[in-house]
Design a protein around this ligand. Structure first.
Ligand code: SF4
Length: 318
């Protein structure tokens, strides 16, 4: 039986800027089940990172957040409870391992500090050495005394993964974890995350603009655009029968792995200006199938199967 560990309903995040209000996240709802990988795809500015930072309470005073429901393992999340869970039951790794560690402190001290903050009951030094060994940074005792500049980009991301799993989280949020790394290191890091998931059974939210990474790693996928969910489904549904014109456009712009040489078709145009979002469908200015109604009314989510939904007026015509 699937056990839901995270539920987000109707999340909205707005940033107040000198130019006006930016609606970065508009009515986003989803769940994450125990042990599954939920991939969140979309281009820059689609709202995927803002969604996660809102849930983790990491926007500070910068963003105004509202939601109908936000719960983790059956408990409602409050700003106070999120602080306690962060780094403990919910961990996060970020895009840039080069700037995630403090350059003037040894890596061992930084990893131990994460455990001290969460009042770890066991031997802190041993736990750090165990996790560093798990992610392949060896000999751990020696390397704990070194500073971030003595590690390569891939090794620093391994250290960030070690830090994130120190407290055995139930949910790991990985925000573009391989974007700053070259392709071979990217494959190693994804393999390491897969191995840890298989060992621990933790759930993961994988945020990336790279659909190839999403296809290889995710059980379910959400495609975001203009702060909204355009389509969601299992990986098989999204990659096998994409229904939203934006999802289809993203897939057409990717090279195929079957070796056939086909012309890639880019999605022309720019993402919407979220200071002045379109009145109707956020994708309307770039959609080759747009109709008059798309200009003025936002489409509701249409259900194709128990797991597959998309928001587009084309479905209403069928
Ligand atoms: Fe295109 Fe209209 Fe569907 Fe939006 S609602 S994706 S503009 S057809």
């Amino acid at each position: 039986m699937t056990e839901e560990i995270l539920r987000v309903e109707n999340l909205r995040t707005t940033f107040t800027t000198s130019a006006g209000e930016v609606k970065a996240v508009e009515g986003v709802s989803f769940t994450v089940n125990r042990g599954e990988v939920l991939g969140i795809a979309g281009e820059s500015g689609s709202g995927k990172s803002a969604t996660m930072l809102s849930i983790m309470g990491l926007l500070g005073d910068a963003g105004r957040i509202s939601y109908d429901s936000l719960s983790f393992m059956g408990e409602n999340l409050t700003p106070e409870s999120v602080k306690t869970l962060r780094g403990d039951k919910i961990a996060m790794i970020f895009q840039d391992p080069m700037t995630s560690l403090n350059p003037v402190l040894s890596v061992g001290w930084q990893l131990e500090e994460a455990l001290r903050r969460h009042k770890w009951q066991g031997n802190i030094h041993e736990r750090v050495a165990e996790m560093m060994t798990k992610v392949g940074i060896v000999p751990a005792d020696e390397r704990m005394r070194q500073y971030p500049h003595e590690f390569s980009g891939g090794q620093r991301q391994r250290l960030m993964i070690a830090m994130s799993i120190l407290c055995s989280p139930e949910l790991l949020i990985a925000d573009e974890p391989t974007t700053a790394l070259d392709v071979t290191v990217q494959a190693q890091i994804l393999g390491l995350l897969r191995e840890i998931r298989n060992d621990t059974g933790m759930s993961m939210i994988l945020i990336t603009h790279d659909l190839g990474v999403i296809a290889g790693e995710s059980d379910r996928v959400i495609v975001m655009y203009g702060g909204r969910i355009m389509e969601e489904g299992t990986s098989r549904e999204i990659f096998g029968s994409p229904s939203h014109p934006y999802t289809r456009g993203l897939l057409h712009s990717l090279p195929k792995a079957d070796g056939k040489r086909e012309r890639l078709i880019p999605i022309e145009g720019q993402p919407p200006d979220l200071l002045n979002p379109p009145e109707g469908c956020p994708f309307v200015k770039r959609c080759s199938e747009a109709m008059r109604i798309c200009l003025h009314r936002k489409p509701e989510a249409l259900t194709l199967s128990e797991t597959h939904k998309y928001s587009c007026w084309l479905g209403e015509k069928c």
